[in-house]
Design a protein around this ligand. Structure first.
Ligand code: PXG
Ligand code: PLP
Length: 443
């Protein structure tokens, strides 16, 4: 088992308080199933599926075996002007899993690349239809669409935007679906609040004109902001308004895709078919980087024009459809199917809901929200220091043997799909211990 590296200076860690981490590193050296091990062998239960990726559990033997076979057969082939069978096979299988009609797939390496790709496809689509003036994107406050310039333009996480000046693309934002007055301890989807979608029609469209808008981009469930669950009927209303005004609707399913909602895609769980679906993360169980965009066929076909010797869409990444990533994803699709992982999530969700809501009443807990296998447990902030209590709780959870995440003062709990009810209870016990630990301390 590897131990602490001698020097930690060179690696500029992503999304990490580097100075603090390097004072007190928290390393993960190995993993199996739902459990990480620190270099000293200490157990850390995986309460966030790696980073919303590892639904099938760590080091799944079928995924490992598929990747081993692939690296010994074809390590790399690009998909620019040549191709390899794995990418075609994977795309066909993804198309079959997607909602009807969304059967064209652009492959990328991450959720961020997926979001930027979906936005570029939207722009190119309107231009091909002679409506190049549609170049405004409508996102939502507290939405996360990765860290590319497209994604931070349409995203609504203030901390991801502030340091980078004005984002590159024109955008406006719907309000978040969060209403603390009615939703603080709601179980599953709030029953009221669908009318929050009407703002698209009553404010945004009159302000900008529908003819300026390229697409509306939302996460079906806002994940990385701390799990904000859409009210019943909200996503349907967004779809209806987009249809009335001819706007494209993009679902960012980077977190919700591949099982976490108890279905392969959240589109299915909520009964709403968008025009594009962005995916990443769980598609390979986190074993290799892969993302993509599922596209409604008419959008794809509109772009299949121009001189036959020129690429129809001048876009792609060196590793788009990398053989190892495709092998991992194909194996993950086998595992999702054969182990019935979405069905297991659906069966486990009621126990999960009861377990996380048992935290209501714990001092300092101001909200608990859940859907599928995702929950946000929000803590009262330290006065004048937003985020400090969340960061302390995340650290305390790690010290109590649980990996979690804390955007702001909300602890996010999103365990692997293979958890048993007893695993969930053990993890929630550690969450409780961590919350008690940080709320006992003086504010
Ligand atoms: N869209 C959504 C909805 C995401 O959740 C991305 C795009 C970007 O994906 P990549 O693969 O480029 O990271 C994400 C990523 C958290 C957390 O703490 C969530 C993400 C990333 C980092 C942290 O919940 N989601
Ligand atoms: N920068 C340089 C100098 C490159 O040659 C390339 C790709 O060929 C890129 C950036 C883009 O890299 P990627 O295709 O991995 O996104």
């Amino acid at each position: 088992m590897s131990s602490m590296p001698h020097a930690t200076d060179a690696f500029w860690m992503p999304y990490t308080p580097n100075r603090q981490f390097k004072e007190q590193p928290r390393l993960l050296a190995s993993a199996e199933g739902i459990t990480y091990r620190a270099p000293d062998g200490r157990e850390v239960l995986d309460g966030i599926s790696g980073l919303w990726c590892v639904g099938a559990g760590h080091r799944h033997p079928r995924i490992a075996e598929a990747m081993r076979r692939q690296i010994d057969t074809l390590d790399f082939a690009s998909n620019f002007q040549v191709g390899h069978p794995g990418a075609f096979r994977l795309a066909e299988r993804l198309a079959q899993l997607a909602p009807p009609g969304m059967d064209r797939v652009f492959l990328v390496n991450s959720g961020s690349e997926g979001c930027d790709t979906a936005m570029k496809i939207a722009l190119a689509y309107w231009r091909a239809r002679g409506e190049g003036h549609r170049n405004l994107f409508i996102g939502r406050e507290r939405g996360f669409h990765g860290v590319g310039f497209g994604g931070i333009s349409v995203g609504g996480m203030t901390n991801n935007r502030r340091a980078f000046g004005t984002a590159l693309l024109r955008s406006d934002h719907l309000r978040a679906t969060w209403d603390p007055a009615t939703q603080a301890f709601v179980r599953g989807q709030p029953l009221t609040g669908a009318e929050m979608a009407d703002e698209l029609e009553t404010r945004i469209i009159p302000l900008h004109d529908a003819g300026q808008i390229a697409a509306v981009v939302v996460e079906p469930v806002a994940g990385s902001t701390g799990v904000l669950v859409p009210p019943v009927g909200y996503l349907q209303r967004l779809r209806q308004i987009c249809d009335r005004h001819g706007l494209l609707l993009v679902f960012d399913e980077v977190i919700t895709g591949f099982g976490r909602m108890g279905t392969v895609f959240a589109a299915e769980a909520f009964g709403v078919v968008p025009d594009m679906i962005v995916f990443a993360k769980t598609v390979t169980n986190g074993a290799a980087p892969l993302g993509g965009v599922l596209v409604r066929r008419e959008i794809h076909d509109t772009l299949m024009q121009g001189p036959p010797h020129l690429a129809e869409l001048m876009h792609g990444y060196t590793c788009s459809g990398h053989p190892l990533s495709c092998a991992a994803a194909e194996a993950m699709l086998d595992v999702l199917h054969d182990e019935q992982l979405p069905q297991r999530v659906a069966a486990l969700a009621p126990h999960f809901e009861n377990a996380v809501h048992s935290l209501q009443g714990t001092p300092g807990v101001v909200s608990v929200r859940n859907i599928g296998l995702a929950a946000g447990i929000e803590l009262a902030p330290v006065p004048g220091a937003p985020g400090q209590r969340g960061a302390a709780a995340q650290a305390a959870a790690f010290d109590h043997g649980l990996l979690t995440r804390a955007p702001g003062d909300t602890l996010v709990f999103a365990p692997p799909f293979i958890c048993t009810p007893a695993d969930i209870d053990r993890m929630v016990g550690r969450l409780y211990d961590a919350i008690v630990h940080v709320t006992r301390e003086a504010p």
